[in-house]
Design a protein around this ligand. Structure first.
Ligand SMILES: C[S@@+](CC[C@H](N)C(=O)[O-])C[C@H]1O[C@@H](n2cnc3c(N)ncnc32)[C@H](O)[C@@H]1O
Length: 411
């Protein structure tokens, strides 16, 4: 008999009975999508994996704890046969055929009347990949094609120009600490769809090189601001480009709301009536220590971590940080923008009770090719920064966590 290709179709199963026979790994993998499709799922199986059992307990499926019996498929629109009993699979398959119920078989794709494609989702689109014929089926190949397409749609490397959904207005995108792989999937997609990108010095600058030539990339540090404050000039640039109907991405280092002035920009855009979406980013305050082998918390060592800006010295009247209180805490202190003032900061922490022997690590240009870690103590850090010529951007970690990993520089 000639083998014809399968006919692809999307089943709309909402409220319709789907019978699943067998509660093992196959059911566990397939049930979430059936539940998401709104199907009225009836599982027939004497046993089930803990995850499948949890779906039954949560009321997402109806579970009959017994083996398959003739008549189980009578009311079904669609069936998944996946028991470990070959005879039951055969009988159920024959019943499905009699009742004209489309039926997937985990044990014998050749004899099934339907196949499950490798599926993935991206922004309102379902990608489903099927092999053409049963013979020579290579599920890993179809899964790899699905992954390539979904990943390409998500990160913007596969652009569907006539159908792409453009986000009007401005997206404040947290770009992560610098490694281009550490931006979120959403951030990367918005970047790929942008007409204009206004970028900071910090963040994943390598991603800018990948943008198509028509995208205007503006270095925020170079926006001329004349009589304006720099931030005001950036806000105005965002507003002006968005008012021209362009999709604007404001690409920021780390997370937009961690010492990133994200809310100031959002407020300015709101006042100008421009829609703004905020995409969180991986903050350097956690990821840069992590990249250098330092966990900001560790069981039995630190039950808290505090992230603080060190851009003004503790005795500066503009400082909003209660350094004496921080000195009394026992957990981890993560200091951003603190390289210049670390001498004064260390002095203040010791003066108010932290041991001068407290370990300190400075991680410069974390997650980039130039990453470097320099270890010291509160007593030695000022001199170490000078001697080792540590420069911003660096994250400074103070506390016992500095020494828990295998990368710690132990004397
Ligand atoms: C203005 S703050 C912005 C922080 C950012 N919003 C975040 O969540 O990571 C800039 C400071 O973040 C830290 N920083 C950001 N990226 C860094 C990196 N890759 N390596 C070391 N420090 C970094 C430095 O302390 C730098 O001075």
């Amino acid at each position: 008999m000639a083998e014809h290709p399968a006919y692809p179709v999307g089943l709309r199963l909402s409220g319709r009975r789907v019978v699943v026979l067998g509660g093992g790994q196959v059911a566990q993998r397939r049930l979430p999508a059936l539940i998401a499709a709104g199907a009225d799922v009836v599982l027939v199986s004497p046993e089930a994996t803990p995850s499948v059992e949890a779906m039954a307990d949560a009321g997402e499926i109806t579970w009959h704890r017994r083996p398959y019996a003739e008549g189980d498929l009578a009311e079904a629109w669609y069936a998944l046969i996946a028991t470990s009993d070959p005879e039951a699979n055969e009988l159920a398959s024959a019943e499905a055929e009699r009742h004209r119920v489309w039926c997937v078989r985990s044990d014998d794709a050749d004899r099934a009347t339907a196949w499950t494609p490798a599926t993935g989702h991206s922004e309102g689109v379902t990608v489903a990949v099927l092999t053409t014929r049963a013979r020579g089926r290579d599920p890993r190949h179809t899964a790899a094609i699905r992954d390539a397409v979904v990943e390409g749609l998500r990160d913007g490397t596969l652009v569907a120009p006539h159908h792409r959904t453009r986000t009007p207005g401005v997206a404040l995108v947290g770009g992560g600490p610098g490694d281009p792989d550490l931006i979120t999937v959403r951030g990367r997609r918005l970047l790929a769809e942008a007409d204009v990108v206004i970028a900071d010095r910090l963040g994943p600058r390598d991603l800018l090189a990948e943008l198509p030539p028509h995208v205007e990339v503006i270095d925020a540090a170079k926006i001329p601001y004349g009589r304006y404050m720099a931030q005001e000039a950036i806000n105005n640039a965002l507003i002006e480009h968005a008012q021209q109907g362009k999709s604007v991405v404001r690409l920021k280092g780390g997370d937009p709301y961690v010492f990133g002035r994200g809310m100031e920009e959002l407020q300015a855009l709101a006042e100008a009536g421009i829609p703004c979406t905020v995409v969180p980013g991986i903050s350097s305050s956690i990821s840069v220590p992590g990249a250098a082998g330092i966990p900001v918390t560790h069981r039995g060592v630190a039950h808290e971590f505090t992230v603080v800006s060190g851009h003004v010295a503790p005795d500066d009247e503009r400082s909003l940080v209660d350094w004496p209180a921080l000195a009394r805490l026992t957990g981890t202190l993560v200091i951003l923008m603190g390289v210049d003032k670390i001498g004064k900061i260390a002095e203040t922490l010791v003066a108010h009770g932290r041991s001068p022997e407290t370990p300190v690590a400075l991680v410069q240009e974390g997650t980039t090719a130039a990453q470097r870690r320099v270890d010291a103590t509160l007593a030695t850090v000022a001199e170490t920064v000078r001697a080792e010529d540590v420069r911003p951007p660096a994250v400074i970690v103070v506390g016992a966590v500095v020494n828990v990993g295998p990368d710690a520089a132990r004397a």
